[in-house]
Design a protein around this ligand. Structure first.
Ligand code: FAD
Length: 405
């Protein structure tokens, strides 16, 4: 399967075709990344999925190639390219190995938060290493008792004025990259209730434990962990931005995260679609090819419509990543693309029949991976029932529709 397809390139051309470095950037996606992903990532995806292996060496190699650096500033060894190129790369990586791609995406979200808000000292210590993938980052908001209701988090912090340290206590759950990360973007609550964010590494004093969460049904080549902090002391410069603004930072980072999950899901859908398309041209039944059945043609058309719509929304959200309406574009793209990935993977299995149902087809993995997209980065129900309507009504209140025709 090609790493980077014409449909992806067409959208990038629409958005960036007039830029002087367009050809060079497309070349980078086509050559450096394509060669590495087809040689090193795709062939290992099944084994990594089966044996729950997070390919950490591959993560670092992707970093060396410049994958994680794509959207970050040159000052931190980034390539300073538009976020859409990063989305395109994530889409392709998601097609090859969605578990590894999830780890890369969450790493990017945490790194983004550090680049936006962290103290100069935290940036000095970590940012260039994160941008280049030498270090791995995790985003730690969720706890066993607070997922969708993220503001109910209980992990606590207090400031020790004597030692100029913050002291963390509590447990984080479901943390992607949690076993292998060097740097953790952690949200915690003070006694007075305010939520703040901290950039945490393993050099603090006290207990910081990482426990693996195993036996996930999908994204099995990502690693997931519970993080336990017990009287874990971290320096004052670990505080991110303003005290009490931690939840606001987390929400802004999640908007960026939703942009990446939209691209990631589009890759999963594209992978399932391509595998079905290929198989439909090989499988014979009733004296003709599966591809020649009217139902197959109709379903492939519907799949392609959904995938193209998802990709448009995903890259559009990426294009507007620094725009005031990001929350809207990111949420719409995330919901659409994650629903598309589940739909396409499920239909691809159905149309491939028994072959789609076994590991060998590699289609069933796409469905297991796709299901995570609907839950993570804001469950789709939360986005559809709370987040998106809130944005619609706010927009309406600001600019009421007084007439319609
Ligand atoms: C593999 C994996 C990786 C993850 N990685 C990370 C990570 O790196 N960092 C991190 O902080 N978290 C991570 N998470 C946590 C993830 O963000 C949460 O699982 C998600 O926010 C949902 O929270 P929950 O699981 O507690 O479900 P709950 O909050 O208990 O929600 C259960 C269900 O209720 C429904 N629901 C939720 N809200 C509403 C609503 N308002 N109205 C109607 N229905 C609703 C949805 O269907 C939802 O799935 C990860 C989770 C998984 C499974």
């Amino acid at each position: 399967m090609p790493f980077f397809i014409e449909d992806q390139q067409d959208i990038l051309f629409k958005l960036h075709g007039k830029d002087s470095d367009y050809a060079e950037n497309i070349q980078f996606l086509h050559t450096s990344l394509e060669e590495f992903i087809s040689r090193k990532v795709a062939p290992r995806a099944c084994v990594n999925d089966r044996d729950e292996i997070f390919p950490q060496d591959t993560f670092h190699e992707l970093g060396q190639l410049g994958f994680m650096s794509i959207p970050f500033a040159k000052e931190y060894e980034g390539l300073a390219l538009p976020f859409t190129y990063y989305s395109a790369a994530l889409e392709s990586l998601g097609k090859a190995d969605a578990g590894l791609a999830l780890g890369v995406a969450i790493h990017g979200t945490a790194t983004d938060g550090i680049a936006w808000y962290a103290s100069a000292e935290s940036k000095k210590r970590h940012l260039a290493d994160l941008v280049t993938g030498r270090k791995i980052a995790a985003f730690a908001l969720t706890e066993a008792g607070s997922g969708s209701d993220a503001q109910a988090l209980k992990t606590s912090y207090r400031y020790d004025a004597g030692s100029h340290e913050y002291i963390l206590n509590g447990n984080k759950f479901w943390i992607t990259n949690g076993m292998s990360a060097d740097v953790f973007f952690v949200m915690a609550r003070a006694v007075d209730g305010k939520i703040s964010s901290f950039v945490v590494d393993k050099s603090g004093k006290g207990t910081f434990q990482q426990n693996p969460i195993k036996d996930k049904m999908g994204v099995r080549s990502s690693n997931t962990a519970e993080l336990i902090f017990q009287d874990y002391r971290i320096p004052a410069y670990s505080l991110v931005g303003e005290e009490g603004s931690g939840f606001k930072y987390a929400m802004r980072m999640l908007n960026g995260g939703r942009v990446t999950i939209a691209a990631w899901s589009t890759g999963i859908a594209q992978g399932a679609y391509e595998k079905l398309l290929k198989y439909a041209h090989e499988r014979q039944l009733f004296g003709k090819k599966l591809a020649d059945l009217d139902n197959t043609k109709r379903e492939l058309s519907e799949m392609l419509m959904e995938i193209c719509a998802s990709r448009e929304l995903a890259y559009n959200a990426a294009y507007y990543k620094e725009h005031k309406n990001l929350a809207k574009y990111a949420s719409l793209a995330k919901v659409k693309a994650t629903e598309t990935a589940v739909h396409v993977a499920e239909r691809a299995i159905q149309l491939a029949g028994g072959y789609g149902f076994i590991e060998e087809s590699k289609i069933e993995r796409h469905l297991r991976d796709a299901l995570l997209g609907r839950i993570g980065e804001g469950a789709n129900e939360l986005l559809k029932i709370v987040v998106i309507p809130r944005l619609i009504y706010k927009e309406f209140e600001q600019k009421p529709l007084t007439m319609s025709w």
